[in-house]
Write a protein that binds this ligand. Structure first.
Ligand SMILES: Cc1cc2nc3c(=O)[nH]c(=O)nc-3n(C[C@H](O)[C@H](O)[C@H](O)COP(=O)(O)OP(=O)(O)OC[C@H]3O[C@@H](n4cnc5c(N)ncnc54)[C@H](O)[C@@H]3O)c2cc1C
Length: 491
């Protein structure tokens, strides 16, 4: 009914007065960059502090896992390729489209360098690099006072080049921010198994997969790979090319058709064993079934834990359960007593990135501006407790508190509710699910199989060659030109 028909004029919707905050983002990986983009969109001033010499986090491959005393943030090995199809792995409005150019990798499951190039493209397209301070490690984040809820952020900037290692000069700085977003990732702090006896005394080589880069140093060796997750299987397949023998030691997680097939295909080099139980002084490694083998090296592919050594919240948020749980965090993002001025982007595991972190980041940006309200503190605390209780009742181990185990629907629900993102197109979901099925069938070949169904083939045409793709390519070309002009002017 038109106004003027005797009906009262509809009330003019009052827009909330949006606030602009001065925000520090700790970490310049996928999550930190997602946060920077969303915070800027919402009108906040942003400073991203990144300890490495470039953005990209895990996707910034570092051939030297340690420089002097400084361990690399990235756990990527040289042969690492995505396990997620590129079509399902991109920001909602900035797809991981194949691009021409030196060093680009057009494959559906490209190598780590392509993902790094994509993240650089993302920064260029949204002009993010001017917000990023590289070589800047955050060493302390603490509230300035409970009254103002501001944060003092102390950082250390390396002044030398990467080749200077531990000798590089450093400059310390402290600045105050209205809010801090922690986006320091979850794949840089190795978790070692606690149940293997004799590991402390074993004199042969032991390392965590965090420090593994290439198989060459293990040529001709007998290697025990402990753990059979993504890294364990990738690294075992890498090693089998040069090692004399590779013993995979794993628990029930190894009893999958994909692992059986992998071992059967390379029976001359790969052997499957139960969990490793003890390392002996004479070089033997014994397993749960009492058998043993002599090994030159043990590689622990036993995962990663959360660690925020810089965070000083007086116990308001802490890491527990052997590094596996951060809390309390409302919806894995906000510590109830410090929300929204302190938040975490990138804590959940087994989620689709960068899609999921984009939704988290948008939620944080809008909670800080006042566009979205958070529940009262007590309600958030209750929700965290309920989440943990429900997980326990379902028999989920506490160390999986941050696993998004309820499947893609639950993920989409979060993204719609808190991030305002539209669901993934059906063909992408189909591709994602068929890729997972393919991976569960054959770990070695799933990345290079081409058996798309009709709807995926149709979807792909629009994705690669459609208007949105063209617009993205044009934006990228313009950004590259602007960057080149900027560099020329700097010269
Ligand atoms: C071997 C491996 C394979 C993977 N394969 C896939 C895959 O196939 N598909 C997929 O979707 N995901 C995969 N992942 C997960 C991957 O980590 C995520 O895709 C994504 O990179 C996580 O981004 P992030 O920003 O949360 O963390 P990160 O990429 O770890 O970035 C965190 C950043 O914070 C910085 N930082 C840390 N502490 C500080 C500090 N104190 N001060 C300043 N900066 C700091 C680090 O230097 C780093 O740059 C894989 C991870 C690993 C390790």
């Amino acid at each position: 009914m038109a106004a003027g028909d005797g009906e009262p004029e509809p009330a003019v919707q009052q827009r909330p007065q949006l606030q602009s905050k001065n925000v520090c983002v700790v970490g310049g990986g996928m999550a930190g960059l997602a946060a920077a983009r969303e915070l800027r969109r919402e009108g906040h001033a942003v400073t991203v502090m990144e300890q490495s010499g470039d953005v990209g986090g895990q996707w910034l491959y570092d051939p030297a896992p340690t420089r002097g005393l400084v361990p690399s943030a990235s756990s990527a090995y040289a042969s690492l390729r995505l396990r997620t199809p590129r079509e399902a792995m991109g920001f909602s409005d900035f797809q991981l489209l194949p691009r021409d150019g030196a060093g680009r990798d057009p494959r559906r499951f490209p190598g780590h360098r392509e993902v790094h190039c994509y993240l650089r493209d993302f920064c260029a397209a949204f002009g993010l690099m001017d917000a990023v301070r590289l070589n800047t490690r955050v060493v302390r984040v603490a509230p300035t006072s409970t009254a103002t809820r501001q944060w003092a952020v102390r950082s250390v900037r390396r002044l030398g080049g990467p080749e200077d290692g531990a000798r590089a000069e450093e400059e310390e700085e402290e600045a105050v921010f209205d809010a801090v977003v922690v986006a320091t990732g979850q794949y840089s702090h190795p978790v070692l198994p606690s149940g293997i006896e004799g590991a402390g005394e074993w004199r042969r080589r032991q390392l965590h997969s965090h420090l593994y880069r290439t198989p060459e140093p293990f040529r001709g060796e007998a290697v025990v790979v402990v753990g059979c997750g993504d890294s364990g299987t990738d690294i075992a397949l890498d090693l089998r090319r040069v090692a004399r023998v590779v013993h995979l030691a794993a628990g029930s997680e190894a009893s999958t058709p994909a692992v059986s097939r992998m071992v059967a295909n390379h029976g001359d080099v790969l052997r499957l064993h139960p969990r490793a139980r003890r390392l002996h002084a004479d070089g033997r490694v014994s397993f749960d079934d009492g058998s043993s083998v002599v090994a030159d090296t043990v590689i622990y592919c036993t995962g990663y834990g959360y660690s925020f050594p810089f965070l000083d919240t007086g116990g308001a948020v802490a890491v527990g359960d052997g590094g596996c749980v951060v809390g309390p965090l409302f919806e894995h993002v906000f510590p109830p007593s410090l929300a929204p001025s302190l938040s975490f982007v990138g804590v959940p595991r087994k989620v689709l990135v960068p899609w999921f972190v984009e939704a988290q980041a948008r939620w944080v940006a809008q909670a800080l501006s006042g566009r979205r309200a958070l529940p009262p503190e007590a309600e958030m605390v209750r929700a965290v407790e309920e989440h943990l209780r429900a997980r326990e009742a379902a028999g989920v181990p506490r160390k999986h508190a941050h696993h998004h185990i309820n499947g893609i629907d639950k993920m989409i629900e979060f993204m719609e509710e808190h991030g305002g993102l539209t669901p993934m197109e059906e063909w992408k979901e189909e591709l994602l699910l068929s890729s997972v099925a393919s991976m569960c069938d054959d770990l070695e070949t799933f990345r290079d199989r081409a058996d798309d169904g009709e709807s995926v083939r149709k979807g792909l045409q629009g994705w690669r060659g459609g208007l949105a793709a063209q617009a993205q390519h044009e934006a990228m070309d313009a950004a590259a030109e602007a960057e080149a002009d900027g560099l020329a002017m700097d010269d």
